[in-house]
Ligand binder design. Structure first.
Ligand code: FES
Ligand SMILES: [Fe+2]
Length: 372
């Protein structure tokens, strides 16, 4: 994010602070049918969209060097991402062309991928290289099924449809802010995956407003971050919300040219359909919410990307990571599980998104547009 943008955003924040209880607002409240979280037919369409839309696989640090690979889930499909000897990134369905075993497990470094079941071998670009006792098979050795892939501004994209295409600029202009952050220099620290009894959208919803800080996160986050005080801008279907840390008051004593927003902000990028990229000062947290086997189940992948030479050891980042995931899980996702139970009652037909929840409104409109 360049200085001009940071200064413009600081000006907006000051305007809100001067007004007392200001925050960016939407023009009207929005009513969303409760059935959006429970309807089986809608859920099937959402799964389809997530399976085929441009998807963030991770940051470049997921496969940091030539000959590295990582396995991820894109929607409900197992995918292996590799970086070949020339540094180019590839994405393939992680499905062996013999009898379909997962060729790669976990992540690591390898010159080629060898299926653990019967030992068929594939290159890092997915090409079939050899099959053991090949005399028992006919025809030529086919490679892994390739998926479209794009590495841009430190983000790796794919889509789960082998015949699909990726746009040149999947970030719809957000790359102007994310590009200068140098995301490609961050190190992948780890990913935690867990399953919760919530609709996949609820895991995104919880990041889409700062209105619940003082109530739900009274002792954990509220001492650090202002309640109900956020900026929102859309980038096509995506959105960017800026939650302000209490330390923003330090800017009051600084000359305007010396002011910087980023040390005092948590910047949340909502990349539709199902990724939340959180920029916290020096590191990135990536939340990805995948639909489970029903509208009542979500698989959550939480990844942490950290600076390479910041002087902190792994113990420091492990503590940070655990704290972050534990707070979100214990406070946000536990509340979301209650929302999901309530959605199956006849308490109400709609939930309401307030004027002070513009990111939430935008996210749901974007998903509706994708479904249409
Ligand atoms: S399933 Fe991969 S070698 Fe048999
Ligand atoms: Fe929260």
């Amino acid at each position: 994010m360049d200085l001009i943008t940071q200064h413009a955003l600081i000006e907006r924040i000051e305007h809100h602070r001067a007004a007392g209880r200001g925050t960016d607002t939407a023009p009207s409240v929005m009513h969303v049918p409760v059935s959006d979280y429970t309807d089986v037919e809608r859920f099937a369409r959402e799964r389809q969209v997530i399976a085929t839309a441009p998807a963030v696989v991770g940051l470049s640090g997921l496969v940091p060097t030539p000959r590295s690979f990582a396995t991820v889930m894109v929607g409900d499909q197992p995918v292996v991402v590799t970086r070949d000897d020339d540094g180019s990134v590839h994405a393939m369905l992680n499905v062996c062309r013999h009898r379909g075993a997962e060729v790669a497990q976990g992540c690591g470094s390898a010159a080629r991928l060898t299926c653990p079941y019967h030992g068929w071998v594939y290159g890092l670009d997915g090409a079939g290289m050899s099959r053991r006792r090949g005399e028992h098979f006919d025809g030529e050795l086919v490679g892994l099924t390739r998926l479209p892939v794009l590495e841009r501004d430190g983000i790796i994209w794919t889509c789960g449809d082998p015949d699909g295409t990726l746009p040149d600029q999947p970030l719809h202009g957000a790359e102007r802010e994310l590009g200068p952050l140098g995301l490609d220099r961050l190190r992948w620290f780890g990913t935690r995956t867990f399953t919760r009894p919530i609709n996949w959208k609820l895991a995104v919803d919880t990041f889409c407003e700062a209105y619940h800080l003082t109530t739900l996160h009274r002792t954990t986050l509220a001492p650090l971050i202002h309640d109900d005080f956020a900026l929102f801008d859309d980038f096509g279907p995506h959105g960017r919300m800026i939650a302000t840390r209490r330390s923003i008051a330090e800017l009051d004593d600084m000359a305007p040219d010396d002011r910087r927003l980023l040390p005092h902000a948590t910047v949340l990028w909502f990349v539709v359909p199902n990724t939340v990229l959180i920029h916290q000062q020096d590191h990135i947290q990536l939340y990805q919410s995948r639909p489970g086997s029903s509208p009542d189940e979500a698989h959550l992948d939480v990844s942490l990307y950290v600076p390479t030479d910041d002087g902190h050891d792994d113990h420091y980042w492990r503590k940070n990571f655990d704290l972050l995931v534990d707070v979100t899980d214990a406070e946000d996702f536990t509340t979301a599980a209650g929302i999901q139970r309530g959605a199956h009652t006849r308490a109400q037909e709609h939930v309401v998104f307030g004027r002070n929840e513009p990111a939430l409104q935008h996210f749901h409109r974007s998903i509706d547009r994708l479904l249409a």
